[in-house]
Design a protein around this ligand. Structure first.
Ligand code: UDP
Length: 429
């Protein structure tokens, strides 16, 4: 018999208690929502920083537009379902995107097909059904909005199982190469960031009328910062005024070979101030702090005023994360992309490069060369700024919020039939 060491139950029990407290608090909050308010359930997961950031941006916009007329619950579905291995996805994400994103890319490509998504969802359905149906009953929203590609097919199965005709919308957060999980049949509205993402949705067999191009949701603070002069942004952040500022970021988790990129840029001795934002990656922060480079270097951890940093910057060096790109377009920044997650972010690189808004520089020395080129060639830099700005959709969040508000008044389509019809098709894509 396996004996548990005394005390080894502690963390597990604590986790259980925390989950219970979280559920009780969320249910209480839900019950306390304004009487007569339209109730929305936003589903996301902390697999990367972008899903939460986008959901939060839309939630804030809905509250700004409709005040007490609306209530929004934002739930990390995988954590809430409390079913292994799904509840571990947020913790595993940094490891999955490590090793140059190879494990992530394999998972992406092996599951990227409409019928594959259906087959996988049906496979996990017996295991997740009761938790998912309990969850939907607990939150009892009028409209469900998904900000994640994984749970959509299973959500539709749960709605069918419960016999509910509730509107479901998805907000796609990949610019071009969006995973098929975003585009399962049966939702009432699909909001996508670009025409290329819409074309992908149509290739997945969705009806044209249900897919609208809104742009990527970005926080309102980015829209408000459009008129913030660069000098003022630098003054607020205590940055030098006389020399260009090169901003380097790696998403919320400070991902990719950021240290090598910084070292390569430093060795070129640019006449510029370099700011690296390491996000939640403490190891990277420590590693960079120990570096001794012949350049003016500033290292920041997670910042909550990214819009000001972007307004202060002259050039942005980043991985091809969709949220960061959408924000950089609003700020009109020329881009140097040093990494992209295989699969979903590959199309982002294409979007930036084909539209002349930046360079693809997957090796640190290429990234350094691209930065030096932009610093030395003012004309190329200005041109890229204007091309980047041309890709911006600063009112995307408002359009998404208004569309969701309208959707809540629309009778839901008979999702059950659509999912059932799809379920009977072969799993071969
Ligand atoms: N971000 C932030 N502060 C930081 C680092 C990142 O607010 O210190 C935000 C960034 O503005 C963007 C998001 O985190 O909204 C990162 O999303 P992205 O899609 O670029 O990458 P992900 O982290 O999802 O891989």
């Amino acid at each position: 018999m396996i004996k548990r060491m005394p005390g080894s139950w502690g963390p597990a029990l604590n986790r259980l208690r925390l989950r219970r407290a979280y559920r009780a608090a969320s249910t209480r909050l839900h019950r306390d929502a304004g009487v007569g308010a339209k109730r929305f359930l936003f589903i996301f997961s902390d697999t990367g920083g972008g899903h939460r950031a986008s959901a939060q941006a839309v939630k804030d916009e809905m509250l700004r537009l409709y005040g007490a007329g609306v209530s929004v619950d934002m739930i990390d579905l995988f954590v809430e379902l409390d079913r292994w291995p799904f509840d571990r996805f947020p913790n595993w994400y940094p490891s999955c995107v490590g090793l140059n994103g190879i494990p992530w890319g394999v998972g992406f490509h092996l599951s990227d097909g409409k019928r594959l998504v259906g087959a996988l969802s049906r496979l996990v359905w017996p295991y997740t059904r009761s938790a998912l149906c309990d969850f939907l009953q607990r939150y009892r929203a009028d409209t469900i909005v998904s900000f994640h590609p994984i749970p959509n097919h299973t959500l539709l199965m749960a709605l069918r199982h419960l016999g509910w005709q509730m509107p479901l919308a998805t907000v796609t957060l990949d610019l071009v190469t969006a995973h098929a999980g975003w585009f399962v049949s049966g939702a009432d509205l699909y909001m996508v960031p670009t025409e290329a993402a819409k074309a992908r949705a149509l290739r997945c067999g969705l009806p044209d009328a249900r897919v609208i191009v809104t742009g990527m949701p970005t926080r309102r603070s980015f829209l408000l910062a459009i008129d913030l002069p660069r000098q003022e942004a630098r003054r607020q952040l205590g940055l030098p005024q006389e020399i260009p500022v090169v901003l380097i970021v790696g998403g919320g988790e400070g991902m990719g070979p950021l240290a090598q990129v910084v070292r390569a840029i430093g060795r070129c001795r640019p006449h510029a101030h370099i700011v690296v934002i390491t996000g939640r990656n403490r190891t990277l922060h420590t590693e960079l702090a120990r570096m001794n480079l012949p350049v003016s270097l500033q290292i920041e951890g997670f910042v909550s005023n990214m819009e000001v940093w972007m307004r202060a910057a002259s050039i942005l060096v980043t991985k091809a994360g969709p949220n960061t790109l959408a924000e950089a377009f609003v700020a009109g920044l020329p881009l140097v992309l040093y990494a992209a997650l295989p699969g979903q972010e590959e199309g982002n690189v294409q979007h930036v490069v084909e539209n002349g808004a930046g360079y693809w520089a997957p090796l640190p020395r290429q990234a350094a060369r691209a930065v030096m080129h932009l610093l030395n060639e003012q004309h190329a830099c200005r041109l890229m700024e204007s091309r980047s700005r041309a890709l911006a959709r600063p009112f995307a969040t408002e359009q998404i919020a208004r569309s969701l508000w309208d959707l809540a008044d629309t009778p839901a389509s008979p999702v059950q039939e659509l999912v059932m019809r799809e379920s009977s098709v072969s799993v071969l894509n």
